[in-house]
Design a protein around this ligand. Structure first.
Ligand code: NIG
Ligand code: FE
Length: 392
């Protein structure tokens, strides 16, 4: 049968579908019909379509789901990075210099920066991305950030609770009231998620719980920056709030791992989102991913693309780092960067290539997913389809 708007991709060396955990077919084909995956199977029994693409033995994977990024900002902090590499430790306070630059930037500058970063992401195979506010920290600047983010993705996160801005240094309670009151009211219409940086130097457990509760009351779903710079209550706060994800998880106690495992692996559980680019760029120890997997925790990988702790937009780099430095298998890392990210965003339509999935897929310049880690730093993403539309 011939479909009106169908594309057959055939000659696929390895087709990663993630239909049931890690699933991959060799010698495969896939049919896109309009915006969705209509058929997958052995190349020899593929149905006809009105367009044919020969993958010539290359691998096809679901597009990456980058579930953690901070893309609405102005300025850069390369000097801070260079100082870090020379021995200065990473501190949450660096965020404030980006806040000053962002507040001073016109909308067009922020929009152009956002467009450049999302283009970079797409070129590296990211077809779904989450984007946070958090560099405005006034009602108007946070509202502007979530509105700009909503222009590029439905996965927008309100992060007014990133740090306490300098003008509230002596009035934390006043800033909390602002975040949970007028700032939330102004931001909620543009956001799906609420996030809080629960960390020494940012917000403590009680403050984090208050932010998540206020966000929940405004219809937002919780996610948390947790246990990034040291051990702390972030993961427990995230699990107790029913957060979709606890992100970073660099310093975990046994009780934290148990809590994540007990939250379950279904779509109501809390995913541990690991951000290996941050450990790379801050020279912190990599989290023990094997301990999480051994406990049965669902693991996702994301970039955390931001000007301070990690300025990469590359999911292939994160996969390579996760394999080399966190000892994920190549299959586990690719699953975490696709299906895992979808779990972290509670999305069933992306992160896999089962029939009915959104046709978000990448054609790799290599015969298998392993090439993402085997050829680190090499631009291997040769073509990208998003919602069935060929983007490059
Ligand atoms: O995810 N942890 C808090 N926020 C960012 C860092 C932001 C910055 O340094 O500008 C992060 O690492
Ligand atoms: Fe972050």
């Amino acid at each position: 049968m011939t479909h009106p708007h169908s594309t057959l991709i055939t000659g696929i060396g390895e087709l990663v579908t993630n239909e049931d955990g890690w699933t991959a077919l060799t010698g495969a084909a896939l049919v896109i019909e309009d915006q969705t995956v209509a058929w997958t199977g052995p190349a020899g029994s593929a149905p006809a379509a009105d367009r044919v693409v020969d993958a010539a033995g290359r691998a096809v994977l679901p597009g990456f789901v980058d579930s953690h990024a901070h893309l609405v900002f102005a300025g850069e902090r390369s000097a801070e990075f260079a100082a870090r590499m020379a021995g200065t430790p990473y501190q949450a306070g660096g965020i404030r210099s980006t806040v000053a630059a962002t507040r001073g930037a016109p909308d067009e500058v922020l929009r152009a920066n956002l467009a450049r970063l999302t283009r970079e992401m797409l070129a590296q195979g990211t077809t779904t991305l989450e984007c946070k506010s958090g560099y405005g920290l006034t009602v108007a600047d946070e509202a502007r950030a979530v509105a700009l983010a909503a222009e590029v993705t439905p996965e927008v996160t309100f992060l007014g609770a990133h740090v306490v801005p300098p003008e509230y240094e002596d009035d934390r309670a006043g800033y909390l009231d602002l975040v949970c009151g007028p700032m939330l009211t102004a931001c909620a219409p543009h956001a799906r998620w609420v996030d809080v940086f629960c960390e020494q130097g940012a917000f403590d457990a009680d403050e984090a719980r208050a932010v998540l509760a206020a966000g929940h009351a405004a219809g937002l779903l919780p996610r948390v920056h947790a246990n990034q710079l040291g051990p702390g209550p972030g993961v427990q706060v995230a699990v107790a709030a029913g957060a979709a994800a606890a992100d970073h998880c660099t310093y975990l106690s046994d009780a934290d791992v148990d809590a994540l495992a007990a939250s379950g692996t279904g779509f109501s559980g809390t995913v541990a989102t690991l951000l290996p680019g941050v450990e790379f760029s801050t020279r912190q120890p990599y989290p023990d991913a094997r301990r999480l997997l051994a406990a049965g925790v669902t693991v996702a990988l994301a970039t955390d693309c931001n000007p301070g702790s990690c300025f990469t937009s590359s999911m292939p780099l994160c996969v390579a780092l996760a394999v080399r430095e966190m000892r994920l298998t190549t299959q586990e890392a690719v699953w975490a960067a696709t299906a895992g990210g979808a779990r972290a965003l509670r999305r069933t339509d992306v992160g896999h290539l089962g029939v009915g999935a959104r046709a978000d897929l990448i054609l790799l310049d290599g015969p298998s997913h392993t090439y993402l880690a085997y050829r680190p730093g090499v631009p291997l993403v040769r073509a990208v389809w998003r919602s069935g539309h060929r983007e490059l």
